[in-house]
Design a protein around this ligand. Structure first.
Ligand code: 0RA
Length: 651
């Protein structure tokens, strides 16, 4: 133990605790190894870690209520009504069980051998990590008719375990303040936590979770609060995801069973769209990269539907056209959630979110096959509707294949020219290059004059681009503006029949900047373009290449003084600053700015404000995209604020 450590330790603890302190000191030295990273992601992970312990207590049948509070100072309180963390003395460690749970890595489940801990954060590190990474942690346990309390700092106890009162219920309260010297950012995002708690409520039917944000009170002095509860679990999850989609069948097919000792829960339905939306979870962790449970699901779905269609002679039409049915055809318009609980999950893949356990394939496949077979037999009308859609998908896939071949053939990478209206930049170093996508030829003209041609390229697009949410795939790739986007960016697309993977390895710009008027039409175009990128060029968003430019709404001038304003608050301030006689110019569109103004405010990296688009929650973004791309344009603004998480990067 280092001297520094000794000094910091508040109490004189025995030899065994030194080991423990070193354990947690390792967490503080290399936090990313334990919680993934030290960005906002890791910060939020601390909450998930504590909540997961309460979820385990609930899954064991002892708790049904979990409250999460974001306090004014961005500290977090998690309260559950479980049994309470045990407080009796732990023989070997010479300290209370509570202290062991809070100071020994991976100690969480050790006391409860019989139970099986399936929940637990992605890294399964335990509450002790949260303790190590918090400047302050206070644990309160209601148990044996008493309230016990102990406080910690950076993982070390600063008080003895003390009885502070009497309790007429049981449960655990953990209050912690993340260490600002470890995390890059210590501000919690309400929506991020809300999305996770909502998922947990759907994934664990019957548990009530609440989220309360005490940082901003409404005019009545009330904190923002939301309750998440699901009675039917994944069935409601699927209905939630599809809330603004048109259902193809009225039912959600729902199964909740156990195969080979593996709890399997699946819900699925079809909507009239052409997109597949399948989300999978293992032990409540979103397995973004899929894995064996997803393989089992797909195999069960495909085999059962295919057999039903064949047995009922429904595929003859396709055979006549010599179109072979493909597994992807069974998934157009499919929305599903697959959730399994695995005792010893093996996670693989880049982000360790791909399930590797082979025994899970068969378990999910059998469960899905049986439930789906029964459904089809009992609902012949719906069965025919689904099979008809699969046949349509196969036919459309054939047409889309031809359209994608066109995209590839017309690519500059294949020797074809660049789109005529692209004003390219001279640099060929993609890292430095920027592509501005601008609406209309007149704005395009201003942008061309305002740009730095060495690294800024301009692509004007005409009017509102195709709504890819509603169009069939081949229509998307046949669209002239969309073809121009692919060609300008030097992005291509696979032409294998069953794949539509975009290839951005030769992309010519590492900043793709959507620049539209700061009005309703402009933000509609922003949304259409973001939908396009989300649906058809998602890697561009995932790589962090997509941005939205923000142009000012006003210019306030008086004499030689000029102040640009991006919102009404700035306008008020500018009017105050420049005083009587100040003149306000309101920009109705980019076209009203002269090239110098456009450059100064919106395009020049030294002065502009760019908002980076990144999808932190694909499920939520997807739901919102469908909602926005429906008839209702109003929630667009909400989307922009809540779902594409923006960061000011220049400015
Ligand atoms: C260890 C053993 C038992 C419960 C818990 C831990 C426990 C941990 C947390 C963390 C947050 N809430 C929690 N609730 C319970 C079993 C206790 C027993 O056998 O009575």
């Amino acid at each position: 133990m280092s001297e520094e450590l000794e000094e910091k330790s508040g109490a004189d603890y025995g030899a065994s605790s030194i080991q423990v302190l070193e354990g947690l000191e390792a967490v503080r030295k290399r936090p990313a190894m334990y919680i993934g990273d030290i960005s906002t992601k890791g910060l939020h992970h601390l909450v998930y870690e504590v909540v997961d312990n309460s979820i385990d207590e609930a899954l064991a049948g002892y708790a049904d209520h979990i409250d999460v509070i974001i306090n004014e100072d961005n500290s977090i309180t998690v309260i559950d009504n479980g049994r309470g963390i045990p407080v009796d003395m732990h023989e070997k460690e010479h300290k209370s069980a509570l202290e062991v749970v809070l100071t020994v890595l991976h100690a969480g489940g050790k006391f409860d051998k019989g139970s099986y801990k399936v929940s637990g954060g992605l890294h399964g590190v335990g509450v002790s990590c949260v303790n190590a990474l918090s400047t302050y942690l206070r644990a309160e346990v209601r148990r044996n008719g008493k309230i016990y309390m102990q406080e910690y700092s950076c993982g070390k106890p600063t008080s003895e375990l003390t009885v502070i009162g009497e309790a007429d219920s049981t449960g655990t309260t953990v209050h912690f303040k993340p260490d600002g010297s470890i995390f890059i950012d210590t501000v919690y995002n309400y929506d991020t936590l809300a999305n996770r708690l909502r998922d947990l409520a759907y994934l664990n039917a019957g548990i009530t979770l609440t989220l309360t944000d005490k940082r901003e009170l409404d005019s009545d002095g009330n904190a923002r609060t939301e309750t998440f509860y699901s009675k039917t679990g994944l069935e409601e999850f699927v209905r939630y995801i599809d809330v603004s989609k048109e259902p193809l069948i009225e039912h959600v097919i729902h199964l909740d069973t156990e195969r080979q000792g593996i709890p399997v829960e699946v819900a699925l339905t079809y909507n009239t769209s052409f997109n597949e939306n399948v989300y999978s979870f293992v032990n409540n962790i979103n397995t973004i990269e899929g894995g064996t449970h997803l393989t089992g699901f797909r195999r069960g779905l495909t085999a059962t539907l295919k057999k039903y269609a064949e047995d009922n002679k429904m595929l003859d039409k396709l055979a006549k056209q010599k179109i072979e049915i493909d597994p992807a055809d069974f998934r157009q318009g499919l929305t599903a959630v697959v959730s399994v609980k695995v005792m010893e999950p093996q996670f693989e893949g880049q982000t360790k979110t791909k399930l590797g356990n082979n025994e899970v394939i068969g378990a999910v496949q059998t469960a899905v096959s049986e439930a789906l077979r029964d459904y089809l037999e009992e609902h012949p009308k719906e069965a025919k509707t689904i099979v008809d859609k699969i046949i349509l998908a196969a036919t459309a896939r054939h047409a889309a294949y031809k359209a994608r071949t066109e995209i590839l053939r017309k690519s500059p990478l294949a020797g074809a020219g660049l789109p005529g209206k692209l004003a390219d930049c001279s640099s060929r170093t993609a890292e430095d290059c920027e592509l501005f996508i601008v609406e209309g030829d007149s704005a395009g003209g201003s942008a061309k004059q305002a740009r730095d041609r060495r690294f800024q390229a301009i692509l004007p697009i005409r009017g509102k681009i195709l709504n890819v949410e509603k169009a069939m795939e081949h229509k998307v790739f046949e669209n002239q503006e969309i073809q121009a986007l692919f060609r300008a960016m030097r992005v291509t697309i696979g032409t294998e029949e069953d794949k539509n993977e975009v290839n951005i390895s030769k992309i010519a710009y590492h900043k793709i900047i959507i620049m539209t008027d700061a009005d309703v039409d402009g933000s509609h175009i922003d949304t259409l373009l973001m939908t396009f990128f989300f649906r058809r060029m998602r890697p561009v968003i995932e790589q962090g290449y997509l941005y939205i430019a923000s142009s000012p709404l006003y210019k306030v001038s008086r004499g030689k003084n000029e102040i640009y304003c991006w919102d009404d608050r700035q306008l008020r301030e500018a009017l105050e600053e420049l005083g009587q006689g100040a003149r306000v110019q309101r920009y109705k569109g980019l076209g009203e700015m002269d090239p110098k103004e456009l450059k100064e405010t919106t395009m020049d990296p030294e002065h502009r404000i760019l908002k980076q688009v990144n999808i932190s929650d694909a499920a939520e973004a997807d739901r919102i995209f469908s909602m926005l791309m429906g008839e209702d344009v109003a929630p667009r603004k909400e989307f922009i604020e809540a779902n594409a998480h923006y960061a000011n990067i220049d400015a």
